[in-house]
Design a protein around this ligand. Structure first.
Ligand code: ADP
Ligand code: ADP
Length: 231
């Protein structure tokens, strides 16, 4: 069974006459690193929002979205199982100190202090973030903030990680570091990742599967080298 199955989804925003997604179908297996690739406006963000179950009540949605075989909808909340990293590194940081930021989300889900410590230690170790723990969040670079956002999301132990052009606002070195971390997350921990990206070189660096979109549809999909050959 696929982790995520999207069947024939058409979605139109309110007050819009053109569908942002049109009869789109996609299966994502557990452990895949999928990049949604295509020009601005092709529907990448909309698709991620639908996976987050974020916009279905507001626009016109037809088709089916299944997560672990279960249908997404008002009765089923997958938000705990889905981690999301936005484009803007500033967007998600709320606390003044790195350690507080990491603990912030965990405090709301009722973990024991010991479980919190273990989870934080594991992520900090994975990221090599020990030296940053007591820094002020507003002193961090954009790349460090984005890594902190990623860490906060991972601490919630999501079943799938969604990212919307997470490196668009980072300098090239920070962007590469961030992407390398995603690759390690996928390869070492089997994390399922779906990332929207419009720059081809970023796609090539990470994807094991590219889904090329245009006008709300899937145009091509497959291994990066195959997709590029057919472009
Ligand atoms: P991408 O992420 O690939 O840039 P989007 O999913 O943001 O594409 O946009 C797909 C289409 O939906 C575009 O035509 C865009 O203008 C439109 N769109 C996106 N968000 C909204 C919205 N909130 N209301 C109306 N139209 C929207
Ligand atoms: P992205 O390319 O990452 O989707 P955009 O710059 O297209 O980002 O969109 C930024 C915001 O503007 C989003 O919240 C999106 O929903 C909204 N938006 C995009 N296109 C439209 C549109 N045609 N009408 C209304 N809102 C839109």
């Amino acid at each position: 069974m696929a982790l995520i199955e999207i069947n024939d989804v058409t979605f139109t925003y309110p007050q819009s006459s053109v569908p942002a997604l049109e009869q789109l179908s996609l299966r994502v297996e557990k452990g895949q690193f999928v990049v949604l690739f295509g020009p601005s406006g092709c529907g990448k963000s909309t698709l991620l929002r639908i996976l987050k179950n974020e916009i279905s009540p507001h626009g016109q949605l037809s088709g089916e979205v299944l997560f672990n075989g279960r249908s997404a909808g008002a009765a089923t909340d997958f938000s705990r199982e889905i981690g999301f990293v936005f484009q803007d590194p500033e967007n998600q940081v709320v606390a003044d100190e790195v350690l507080h930021e990491l603990v912030f989300g965990l405090e709301n889900i009722g973990l024991s202090t010991n479980d919190m410590r273990n989870r934080v230690a594991e992520i900090v170790d994975f990221m090599g973030a020990e030296p940053l723990l007591h820094r002020k969040t507003h002193d961090l670079s954009g790349g460090q903030k984005q890594q902190l956002n990623l860490a906060s999301v991972l601490l919630m132990q999501p079943g799938v990680l969604l990212l919307d052009e997470p490196t668009a606002q980072l300098d090239p070195v920070s962007a590469r570091e961030f992407l390398d971390m995603l690759v390690r997350l996928n390869e070492e921990f089997g994390m399922t990742i779906i990332m929207a990206e419009h720059r081809l070189d970023e796609v090539m660096a990470v994807a094991d599967r590219v889904v090329m979109m245009g006008n709300g549809r899937v145009l091509l999909e497959g291994a990066p080298s195959n997709v590029i050959r057919q472009m």
